[in-house]
Design a protein around this ligand. Structure first.
Ligand code: BDR
Ligand code: CA
Length: 311
């Protein structure tokens, strides 16, 4: 069977890195490009991390740089969740900068969408700035993307404010545009991703695979598990779960709802409004993940990391 073409748009990022490695272990898909965006850390770091991961693991794909600031004025908001430069305390050899594709992310998305003729799917696991720019510059993109799988938002609660999840909080203006664009979209939010947690035994099992991806994943997990010990976020596989939604749908229960994004409000900027009771009477525009089969997800993820670069 033909492999499904994907672009991974990401702000790597500890859990983004694990999602990238998992994607290269999925038999069902081919990763046409990894596009970088400002998010967890500045774009100069997310793009460098993407290039270094691809180079270090010998993966076949293009890496593009992308948007450096969001459309929403967030200022210097960066914290240490993902370490100073995005991969926790993991340091990879620097790949030559000439290996970056010369194209900017938004143009690459448009070009590859045309090449794939309606089959391209996007795994969007950072703020949606690149996608919004691509749609804004090329409105015809809307009919050419088969599906967006987005780690985005939440039905209830937030991790950046009381109501907002980070990827949406960082650039709600872009997210609003993307949700309203008319591209089929699945929202994999905190309601499920905060339950997609790996533990020490998982890390050691993954390390024991002995391949570069397994050891790199385990080293990143070491950082995340230590972060949790000192009061930070647990080893949540937010971004890999968005990939699972695309290729291992039995991991999740999803339902269709109307979703919109709040761009203002003292408490609400970045909130994903999910009309679970249909009060607005609007047609659903998104499929929203509500429940997770953790065991199925974990075993799928481990197998992908074990197979990274070999499928
Ligand atoms: C999202 O924000 C980032 O910290 C993670 O990589 C994930 O994409 C979770 O809110
Ligand atoms: Ca991310």
């Amino acid at each position: 069977m033909a492999k499904r073409p994907f672009i991974i748009d990401c702000d790597t990022g500890t859990d983004d890195a694990i999602a990238i490695m998992a994607a290269f272990g999925c038999r069902e898909i081919t990763v046409r490009a990894v596009t970088s965006v400002n998010g967890n850390v500045k774009e100069e770091y997310t793009s460098r991390n993407n290039l270094n991961i691809v180079h270090y693991l010998g993966l076949e794909t293009e890496v593009m740089r992308g948007a450096q600031i969001p459309f929403y004025p967030r200022g210097n908001y960066y914290d240490t969740t993902h370490g100073a430069t995005g991969l926790g305390n993991v340091v990879l050899p620097d790949a030559p900068k000439e290996k970056f594709s010369k194209e900017i992310a938004s143009e690459a998305i448009w070009r590859i969408a045309n090449e794939e003729d309606g089959e391209l799917e996007l795994l969007v696991i950072g703020p949606m700035t690149n996608i919004a720019i691509a749609i804004s510059n090329h409105p015809g993109l809307v009919g050419k993307i088969k599906h967006i799988w987005a780690m985005a938002g939440s039905v209830v609660g937030g991790n950046c404010s009381t109501t907002a999840e980070f990827n949406i909080w960082a650039d709600p203006v872009s997210a609003k545009l993307v949700f309203a664009a008319g591209i089929p979209i699945t929202m994999i939010g905190l309601d499920v991703t905060e339950k997609a947690v790996l533990n020490r035994a998982d890390a050691e099992e993954i390390r024991s695979f002995g391949n570069r991806a397994g050891i790199l994943t385990a080293n990143i997990l070491d950082y995340m598990l230590n972060r949790y010990k000192v009061g930070g976020e647990d080893a949540m596989m937010h971004d890999a779960l968005a990939l699972a939604a695309a290729v291992k749908p039995e991991c999740l229960v999803c339902r269709d709802y109307f979703v919109d994004v709040e761009c203002g409000g003292q408490y609400t900027a970045g909130h994903t409004m999910v009309d679970v009771r249909g009060r607005l009477g609007k047609q659903p525009n998104a499929s929203v993940a509500l429940e997770l089969d953790l065991a199925a997800f974990k075993s799928w993820l481990k197998e992908c990391i074990r197979q990274c670069g070999t499928v």
